[in-house]
Ligand binder design. Structure first.
Ligand code: SF4
Length: 128
């Protein structure tokens, strides 16, 4: 894109020395967080600690006895320092398993509810 941009109504404009209007002057780049360049956050994952069985996190939700193993996985997640990044990863990838103290089916239900809420908000915004 070239040339000046037009700020939206809520964003005060500033002008560069070259005379261009910067609509997004208030926006900041995200800090160089773990999500920017890969999966370094996994190095801090509580599920990688000694004594934690990775199998707890990939238990088939419908398997006999799954509830006990999933509960163990969720307990680990609740103390995990990278839980937010993990949730973002799970939301983006749709991978099966317990991520951020949420099973796959729980995640699917949450995302469906969010989409429905967003759709309802959009409908309300356009006055439908
Ligand atoms: S939130 Fe749970 S699944 Fe995600 S990295 Fe932490 S311990 Fe592992």
């Amino acid at each position: 894109m070239t040339g000046a941009t037009t700020p939206d109504a809520d964003t005060p404009a500033t002008t560069t020395p070259a005379g261009q209007v910067e609509a997004w002057h208030g926006a900041r780049a995200l800090p160089a967080g773990p999500w920017r360049s890969g999966h370094q956050w996994l190095a801090r994952a509580a599920c990688h600690a000694p004594g934690v069985d990775p199998g707890w996190f990939t238990t088939d939700e419908d398997a006999a006895g799954a509830g006990v193993l999933i509960a163990k996985a969720k307990q680990v997640c609740r103390g995990c320092p990278v839980r937010l990044w993990c949730r973002i990863h799970a939301d983006e990838t749709g991978e099966y398993g317990v991520y951020a103290a949420e099973t796959h089916s729980e995640r699917v239900r949450r995302q469906r509810a969010w989409r429905q809420a967003a759709d309802a908000a959009d409908q309300q915004a356009v006055g439908a």
